[in-house]
Design a protein around this ligand. Structure first.
Ligand code: MG
Length: 203
């Protein structure tokens, strides 16, 4: 499986990092070694002093798809979860300044926290789904899928023009505003609406 992630998919997050609001999705990937499941601890990596949390809604692909048409895109995902796209912001900033790919800032081991997945049919309206992140008990990010620049279906259409989607692939759909640093000792907890989805201790 592969993890495809979307950058700058919420206007207020693009603005908080002084990035332009994109006219096409910004796509990058994480390897399967990035996955951190089952509420396991996250160990702060030695190559960064500025790791940021980015809470994101995650979509699981359920069919092989290439050049998926918009009207069929809804058939290509079957489950929803919540994750964190951990980002070594200092590494990313250095790479961006030099016009280089972000890869190492985004794809390092355990940079993709992942909750259990729930059938999408459990959610009455995926186009207006609230999710949030607490750090040490305090809410630091609140997002709603209605504020996505490119919605889930548009992402499936766009990505599948370039990359064949396969059953089991995950799409991290982008983070809302409020990203910030984590420190050793922090506890991160993710929620979809009121439902607790994951907990992650930074060590
Ligand atoms: Mg992200």
């Amino acid at each position: 499986m592969k993890i495809i992630a979307v950058g700058r998919n919420y206007i207020n997050h693009a603005k908080e990092l002084n990035n332009p609001v994109p006219t096409e999705p910004v796509i990058f990937m994480k390897p399967d070694t990035a996955i951190l499941k089952d509420n396991k601890d996250f160990y702060y990596p030695e190559f960064s002093d500025d790791v940021h949390y980015e809470v994101e809604l995650v979509v699981r692909i359920c069919n092989e798809g290439k050049h998926v048409a918009s009207k069929f895109a809804h058939k290509y995902y079957d489950a929803i979860g919540l994750g964190i796209d951990f980002t070594a912001r200092d590494v990313q900033t250095k790479l961006k300044e030099r016009g280089l790919p972000w890869e190492l800032a985004k794809s390092f081991d355990h940079s993709a926290v992942m909750s259990p997945l729930l059938a999408k049919t459990e959610f009455p309206n995926l186009n207006e789904l609230e999710f949030s992140l607490k750090k040490n008990g305090e809410t630091v990010q609140v997002g709603n899928t209605k504020n996505m620049i490119f919605d889930i279906q548009m992402l499936i259409v766009y990505i599948s023009k370039y990359i064949t989607l396969r059953k089991g692939d995950l799409i991290y759909t982008g983070t809302p505003e409020g990203v910030g640093p984590v420190s050793i000792g922090d506890k991160l907890e993710g929620f979809i609406a009121e439902k607790a989805m994951f907990s992650c201790q930074v060590k």
